[in-house]
Write a new protein. Structure first.
Length: 494
């Protein structure tokens, strides 16, 4: 058997030890760079018909994902002259590296004991991801983030800002008399949103697209959630624990519902995703019928990510698909899927050089927000490892000199916490957030027409994201008349 080429060996599946031999050779080939990606992918695909594939599927998937990620990092170029260019590259190329890393880590956990090389492969993927991707990309992005801070946290080009999400998307639908549902998944970064879109598009009843959106700075839950609400001004409290929209507290579903009702003439509500999943279809239809704006809050990744990010990310996609399906079957016309911020993660233990200086931000009334990535306070002490800006200069309406300090690259600040490997960093400024409707009833002005014939309602999804970060998607349910419907796509700019 040792003399057989791996291509010939892959034709047999009589015994499980043949599977282990193939896996060992493939793993070695990735570590020693003796095979290219496509032959590895082809062999892994051929093994799907093997009697033993179910037992070793995670190993094959791990090998393909590892090779995919390592190839992508090896060929990467971090050249970007503007924030807009950096965002574009993340969306088109770099987000796939984050996705391959996360899915590799998800699969490899169950097959590390197959052979020693699998542990070595896990170590190599971790080292390359952190040292050849996260760190250099973080350093490059820091330079561009500094330019955005100087310009009031604005990127050039047509990247939509999280702070105008409601005005640009929901208010426009209200003015046309259309209902809208906003599904916000806490800490859902761009690449997870891409995976959600891909899975939705694999089903015939769905159509989804995704675009980047610039999250509010600093990127943490309280501000991100507030930015997605209707508002003219946002003010952050001195300790960062509260954010006020036009003077009203945005903390908790009850306060957010009050703000939504005020903007929608009372015809709005805010729900927890768990309640939606438990709700009877008739009750959900009543809520949708009686309200023009509905916000649904989902927090599985943010809630469980510190303990098991990989499982939480997978389960979040599953839950979101079920919520979307249930809303669609309950007469929802338009659904936006978005997020408040993304996350930064590495499985390996943080080294001392991954903390800036002594890891402490100095100043008056300093409070850490966004995990270990930023802090707010007054008279913050400058450091080569920090970027500092006044909140009133970056889209916020604070009238005093309250400042925010962002740690450069992927550096963390020291402090109390469960897991400093899991953070929601400033780099996730591209919040997977703006989902626009791509399909509606055929009426009004149309930019182009698509003709469909269906035997059941069609649910169309549209999504949007941002860099290493957060996500948004929009779904429209079109209910055909006489099994025929026309769909239209608007020409709205990002």
């Amino acid at each position: 058997m040792a003399d057989l080429p791996i291509e010939s060996l892959a034709s047999f599946d009589d015994y499980s030890f043949i599977e282990e031999e193939i896996i060992a050779r493939l793993t070695s080939s990735v570590l020693n760079q003796t095979m290219s990606l496509e032959p590895i992918r082809q062999i892994a695909e051929r093994r799907r018909s093997s009697l033993w594939y179910g037992e070793y599927s995670s190993a094959y998937q791990s090998i393909v994902l590892a090779k995919t990620m390592l190839n992508a990092v090896q060929n990467i170029s971090f050249s970007m002259d503007t924030p807009d260019a950096g965002i574009s590259k993340y969306v088109k190329e770099w987000s796939h590296i984050d996705n391959a890393y996360r899915n590799f880590k998800t699969q490899v956990r169950s097959c590390l004991n197959i052979n020693h090389d699998m542990e070595s492969l896990n170590d190599k993927v971790e080292s390359v991801y952190v040292n050849s991707f996260l760190i250099p990309l973080g350093e490059k992005w820091t330079l561009l983030a500094g330019k955005m801070l100087e310009k009031g946290w604005k990127a050039e080009g047509c990247i939509q800002r999280q702070s105008i999400f409601y005005h640009y998307n929901i208010k426009n639908l209200q003015m046309r008399g259309n209902k809208s549902i906003v599904l916000i998944s806490d800490a859902m970064r761009y690449e997870i949103g891409e995976e959600l879109v891909s899975e939705m598009n694999s089903q015939q009843r769905y159509k989804a697209t995704i675009q980047p959106m610039l999250a509010s700075a600093p990127t943490y839950t309280q501000l991100g959630m507030a930015a997605l609400l209707p508002h003219e001004t946002l003010v952050v409290s001195p300790d960062g624990s509260a954010v006020y929209a036009d003077g009203a507290s945005t903390q908790g579903i009850v306060n957010r519902e009050k703000i939504l009702k005020n903007a929608a003439e009372g015809k709005a509500t805010a729900l927890d995703s768990d309640d939606v999943l438990r709700m009877k279809s008739d009750d959900l239809r009543t809520i949708i019928r009686e309200n023009s704006v509905i916000y649904v809050y989902h927090d599985l990744i943010d809630r469980e990510g510190e303990d098991n990010l990989f499982k939480a990310s997978h389960d979040a996609i599953t839950e979101l698909k079920e919520i979307i399906r249930k809303l669609g079957s309950s007469n929802a016309n338009t659904i936006y899927v978005t997020t408040d911020h993304g996350f930064l993660f590495q499985e390996s233990k943080l080294e001392s050089h991954q903390y800036f200086s002594d890891g402490t931000v100095r100043g008056k009334g300093v409070h850490q927000v966004s995990g270990r990535r930023c802090a707010i306070g007054y008279d913050l002490e400058p450091s080569d490892s920090l970027m500092i800006a006044k909140l009133k200069d970056i889209e916020l309406s604070n009238e005093d000199d309250l400042e925010v300090a962002f740690s450069n690259s992927i550096l963390r600040m020291r402090g109390k916490g469960v897991n400093t490997n899991f953070e929601s960093p400033k780099f996730h400024c591209l919040s997977l957030s703006i989902l626009r409707t791509i399909a509606t009833f055929a009426r009004s002005f149309l930019s182009f027409l698509i003709y469909y014939q269906f035997e059941r309602p069609l649910l169309c999804l549209h999504t949007t994201h941002s860099s290493q970060p957060a996500c948004t998607a929009s779904f429209t349910v079109v209910r055909p008349k006489n099994h025929l419907c026309f769909l239209r796509r608007g020409l709205a700019k990002s």
